[in-house]
Write a protein that binds this ligand. Structure first.
Ligand SMILES: Nc1ncnc2c1ncn2[C@@H]1O[C@H](COP(=O)(O)OP(=O)(O)OP(=O)(O)O)[C@@H](O)[C@H]1O
Length: 380
């Protein structure tokens, strides 16, 4: 059974539409991440699922049961939805010990003392802070407080766990550590998790599926790998730019030749394609990520000469800005590579990692599929 089904969810704040008709099915056991820039509506959708925000239109079905209906104004009480929510600010009660914070939800449900002790201990052990049970939130680090918040959310054994940017208050190192913890928890609990973040690395590492939001709409819903390799629009491709080295965009053309053959013509490569039909020449954008450009110090078969414009050593990798035929390219090279500005280098590109987008709409047309083996590829 699907854990959650959203149909046509609309939310307005005053006259402003914040969510513009969200359709989304979340499967049982999914780790679904809502990813997108600030203000695109991720938290609003999470709050709407939790019941903290009323939907102005559309329906929400949780485990086969309707919990919200914008048309009939039906709105099930958040406490009855069987969900747990963890906020960015941990929202712990400062006057209660860690144990009491976690036990609170069970006490409200009037469970026996023995049962509560067993469940709280199990939850604290799962998030690896059983030894801190008697401390107060003010005596804990940010990472420890976040673990308490997660323990409090899982102690009631919710079917769905909602996490709103839970790691954003932690320092970079703790964030990476907590990512691994969340992944382990998801595996151990088998619960459905909905996770909100604007951090693409976090989304790619944790999720089974990612919904990318822009301006109140889902623009792509896919597995992390697919999303990374085949962004549905140039906007999504740019959002997945990494460390200031964005996906390369190259103006190119699809040329319809006699006999129905289609040629790709670009500043870095030119060859016939398969899988595309066209009747007239079409302007496109060819994209390739910096990590898919190979640099060579001397001429290699099928390589294209480029001039090094700038070099940015970044420890484990080196980012290199290149110029070829009036087009700027970014390449990412593993390790500490020493190139000097003005030096001529040669690049090779694997067509498997290239995508073609409509130049006007920015929508993905196809991946690049040469109809000849790579060795027969020629430069424009
Ligand atoms: N209570 C409110 N009243 C008016 N506008 C609101 C309210 N809450 C949110 N908004 C607006 O709704 C839009 C979506 O906000 P939301 O918090 O869902 O975005 P988000 O994608 O989660 O952003 P962030 O990553 O910054 O948290 C924003 O433009 C925000 O200003």
């Amino acid at each position: 059974m699907n854990a959650i089904e959203l149909q046509g969810i609309q939310v307005n704040m005053g006259r402003k539409p914040i969510l513009k008709g969200i359709d989304l099915t979340i499967e049982q056991g999914d780790f679904m991440t809502f990813l997108g820039p600030s203000g695109c509506g991720k938290t609003t959708l999470l709050r709407t699922i939790a019941g903290l925000q009323k939907a102005d239109g559309g329906t929400i079905v949780l485990n086969g049961k309707e919990v919200a209906n914008g048309e009939t104004a039906y709105h099930m009480d958040p406490a009855k939805r069987g969900l747990s929510l963890v906020f960015q600010s941990y929202a712990l009660w400062p006057h209660m010990s860690v144990y009491e914070n976690v036990a609170f939800g069970l006490q409200v449900r009037r469970q026996s003392k023995a049962e509560i002790r067993e469940k709280v201990t199990a939850a604290l052990t799962k998030v690896r802070i059983a030894d801190l049970a008697e401390r107060y939130p003010g005596e804990l680090s940010g990472g420890q407080q976040q673990r308490v918040a997660i323990a409090r959310a899982i102690v009631t054994e919710p079917e769905v766990l909602l996490l709103d940017e839970p790691l954003s208050n932690l320092d970079a190192r703790l964030r990476v550590e907590m990512r691994a913890e969340l992944k382990r928890l998801h595996r151990e609990l088998g619960a459905t998790i909905i996770y909100v973040t604007h951090d693409q690395q976090e989304a790619l590492t944790l999720s089974t599926r990612i919904a990318v939001f822009f301006e109140g709409e889902i623009v792509q819903l896919d597995r992390p790998q697919t999303l990374y390799q085949r962004p549905a629009t140039l906007q999504v491709a740019d959002f997945f730019g990494n460390g200031g080295m964005d996906t390369n965009h190259l103006p190119a053309e699809l040329i319809a030749a006699d006999g129905g053959r289609i040629y790709l013509s670009s500043p870095v490569c030119s060859f016939p394609l398969e899988g595309i039909t066209l009747t007239e020449t079409m302007p496109v954008i060819l994209t390739i990520k910096p990590e898919h450009i190979q640099l060579h110090r001397s001429y290699a078969p099928q390589s294209v000469p480029c001039v090094v414009e700038a070099v940015f050593p970044a420890g484990a990798e080196t980012l290199v800005k290149l110029m070829t035929d009036g087009s700027e390219l970014s390449a990412r090279v593993l390790g500490d590579a020493e190139y000097s500005c003005g030096e001529t280098v040669y690049i090779t590109l694997n067509p498997e990692h290239m995508n073609l987008y409509n130049r006007d709409s920015g929508i993905l047309l196809d991946r690049v599929r040469p109809s000849v083996p790579a060795r027969e590829m020629i430069r424009a």
